[in-house]
Design a protein around this ligand. Structure first.
Ligand SMILES: Nc1ncnc2c1ncn2[C@@H]1O[C@H](COP(=O)(O)OP(=O)(O)OP(=O)(O)O)[C@@H](O)[C@H]1O
Length: 234
């Protein structure tokens, strides 16, 4: 869990936590929960800006995973979420999807000139069948709208039925993008320091390799945090 906490998204961590409860004989589930709670609820914390609500959302998500396997939080001596704190959260599912369409359509309309220029160039490159450069590096100070721009690109392509991979070095950066995954899990990077001889654990014939080949666009947030070897690959 400690290794995963530094490499995976909070959603991946919650999934790992439930998997450990279900399939490993975890001696003290409560202690493990308390040790990793901060990482497991980091995305909710960012979104809700309230520790108590974030904790309730985290426990509620874990409870839903467990319920799908016929288990409950109480079976593992874990605290119950204070669901009253979540009442303002919209139901997931259809409403979320409608919300997403409205939100991104509006964001797309509101892109400023610089964001629009990058958006148009990237979208044109995705469809360009010529052998032109398709590598873009977007730079800018904090809070200047980079994540918003990536969101618009991801949403627009997904809306056209295209496949997009959104990755980031840290789990928390990845969780800020729709469908975000860590660089490590997406590209199957080995743990530890990479060397010139390091190779991905993903095999050419695997589903994960096909997902990478199928991607119309790969958005790599905070790329400078990754080492040169991760970026150039083998
Ligand atoms: N074109 C725009 N018009 C108005 N507000 C915008 C626009 N683009 C982004 N914003 C808003 O500005 C804020 C910062 O945007 P965003 O998170 O995309 O920036 P960022 O460059 O990714 O920041 P950071 O580097 O800190 O992650 C957000 O609240 C976002 O909704």
């Amino acid at each position: 869990m400690a290794e995963s906490a530094t490499l995976d998204t909070p959603a991946q961590l919650r999934y790992l936590f439930v998997t450990m409860l279900m399939f490993c004989e975890t001696a003290n589930p409560l202690a493990l929960y308390q040790l990793t709670e901060a990482h497991m609820m980091e995305d909710f914390n960012q979104r809700l800006r309230d520790v108590d609500r974030a904790r309730a959302a985290c426990l509620d998500t874990i409870a839903q995973f467990l319920r799908a396997h016929g288990k409950s939080l109480a079976d593992y001596g874990l605290p119950l979420p204070d669901v009253a704190l979540l009442e303002e959260e919209p139901e997931s599912g259809v409403l979320d999807e409608i919300d997403g369409v409205v939100r991104w359509a509006k964001q797309l309309d509101n892109l400023n000139d610089e964001q629009r220029t990058v958006f148009d160039r990237v979208m044109a490159a995705v469809d360009d069948i010529r052998n032109v450069s398709k590598l873009f590096y977007v730079d800018g100070p904090g809070r200047t709208g980079k994540t918003t721009l990536y969101g618009c690109l991801i949403w627009s392509l997904c809306n056209q039925g295209r496949s997009v991979l959104s990755v980031a070095f840290t789990g928390i950066a990845a969780s800020l993008m729709d469908g975000g995954m860590t660089v490590h899990s997406t590209f199957g990077l080995p743990f530890g320091t990479l060397t010139d001889d390091s190779t991905s654990i993903i095999t050419m014939q695997s589903f994960r390799a096909q997902r990478i080949r199928d991607a119309a666009l790969i958005v790599w947030d905070e790329a400078p945090m990754s080492s040169g070897l991760q970026l150039t690959g083998q």
